[in-house]
Ligand binder design. Structure first.
Ligand SMILES: Nc1nc2c(ncn2[C@@H]2O[C@H](COP(=O)(O)OP(=O)(O)OP(=O)(O)O)[C@@H](O)[C@H]2O)c(=O)[nH]1
Ligand SMILES: C[S@@+](CC[C@H](N)C(=O)[O-])C[C@H]1O[C@@H](n2cnc3c(N)ncnc32)[C@H](O)[C@@H]1O
Ligand code: SF4
Ligand code: SF4
Length: 326
């Protein structure tokens, strides 16, 4: 479905929960974010209905996210149901990976094609500090289990923060020389708890690329056949994996935007940086039919702005990144 700027909207990010087993410093405040009540959160059948309606208007790719999607009970079952919806040809997951070892095989069998796993550091203590209590070894087991379960390509998400983990970008990129991993360096966005941080914490992708070229070697443009996201990919000569850059701030990719976001409580957001939401939960609970839900989804498509204005300051005090789904 084309929006008013003639962008093809075919990707829906679905936050299946606003709860998380971590509290990453750039995503949540130390005390966490107040979770929505059980009643406020969409039931799995409601999510399924919304995806059926979304498929009617041309959505093909579904990414399950959160909060931490693996803490939502019944996720495998939801995946199985989504995979039978005509028109949906790609179901993927964004996760911190901690709960993957016990779940990767079952998720693959249910229909998840691949996973993106957040990993911001290679240092145990730093991981504990950054996630406020997580164990790096567990995240690595998650990555390993994703590779073993065939959830390829396994992409890693690394948010780069100056004077916190930017000293590790070279070591992280080196991982791709021998391993079939795809590391994406993400520019920190002024959302959630990072909203209160100084602009100096943000590291432009160009600076990271320069460092990688100096320390490792030439970055050759690469193509990533799977994925609907905004990353630009490169490969070091003869490397097993790739290095990607998600330049939301220094070179935004809004003119190629292809997505909508469903929050865990049933708000459909036209843009990550747009606090407007189309409420789908109320009409669903009042008995709206799939066609009517599809009409509401179209309203969100037509509300999509041409671009974000994050550099001008963030006004959305309503939702954190864990509630929007990243
Ligand atoms: N500004 C902006 N950033 C986004 C958008 N989508 C994803 N990102 C950023 O990219 C990060 C990684 O997103 P993922 O959940 O891994 O999904 P993806 O990159 O779309 O996934 P692929 O389908 O594998 O390409 C997010 O956490 C955000 O920081 C978007 O629409 N706008
Ligand atoms: C909100 S999390 C949800 C899924 C899962 N819990 C995880 O961490 O992968 C999705 C993505 O958002 C990213 N993210 C959160 N806050 C961010 C920020 N302020 N700027 C850029 N990316 C952010 C995280 O790094 C993660 O890759
Ligand atoms: S980035 Fe993901 S793992 Fe970290 S606090 Fe946010 S939702 Fe949880
Ligand atoms: S910031 Fe908004 S318009 Fe830009 S790519 Fe992200 S969702 Fe799309």
């Amino acid at each position: 479905m084309l929006d008013t700027y003639r962008r093809d909207i075919e990707y829906l990010r679905v936050s299946v929960t606003d709860k998380c087993n971590l509290r990453c410093i750039y995503c949540m405040p130390p005390e966490g974010v107040k979770s929505a009540s059980h009643e406020e959160i969409l039931r799995l059948e409601e999510i399924e209905t919304i995806i059926k309606a979304a498929a009617l208007i041309g959505i093909k790719k579904i990414r399950l996210t959160g909060g931490e999607p693996l803490v939502r009970k019944g996720l495998d079952d939801l995946v199985r149901r989504i995979s039978t919806i005509p028109g949906i040809d790609d179901i993927t997951l964004t996760t911190n990976g901690l709960l993957l070892p016990a779940r990767a095989k079952a998720l693959k069998e249910a229909g998840v094609k691949r996973v993106n796993i957040s990993l911001d550091t290679l240092k145990d203590e730093r991981y504990r500090d950054l996630t406020r209590g997580g164990e790096l070894a567990q995240a690595w087991q998650g990555i390993q289990s994703a590779l073993e379960a065939g959830l390829h390509p396994v992409k890693l998400n690394t948010v780069v923060i100056r004077d916190f983990n930017d000293d590790e970008v070279v070591d992280m990129a080196r991982l791709t020389l021998e391993n079939p991993l795809h590391i994406r360096f993400i520019e920190l966005m002024p959302i959630g708890s990072s909203l209160t941080w100084s602009k100096g914490r943000f590291v432009p992708a160009g600076e990271i690329m320069d460092r990688l070229k100096r320390k490792i070697g030439q970055l050759l443009p690469a193509t990533m056949t799977s994925g609907g996201g905004p990353a630009k990919y490169y490969r070091f000569k003869d490397a097993a994996g790739t290095v990607g850059f998600i330049n939301s701030m220094s070179e935004h990719f809004c003119e190629k935007c292809n997505r909508l976001r469903l929050t865990a409580s049933g708000g459909l957001r036209p843009c990550l940086y747009d606090e407007r939401e189309v409420d789908l939960r109320t009409p669903l609970r009042e008995g709206a039919r799939i066609r009517e839900v599809a009409e509401l989804i179209l309203d969100a498509v037509y509300m999509k702005p041409d671009r974000h204005h994050m550099l001008d300051g963030w006004r959305d005090k309503r939702r954190s990144m864990s509630q929007i789904g990243g």
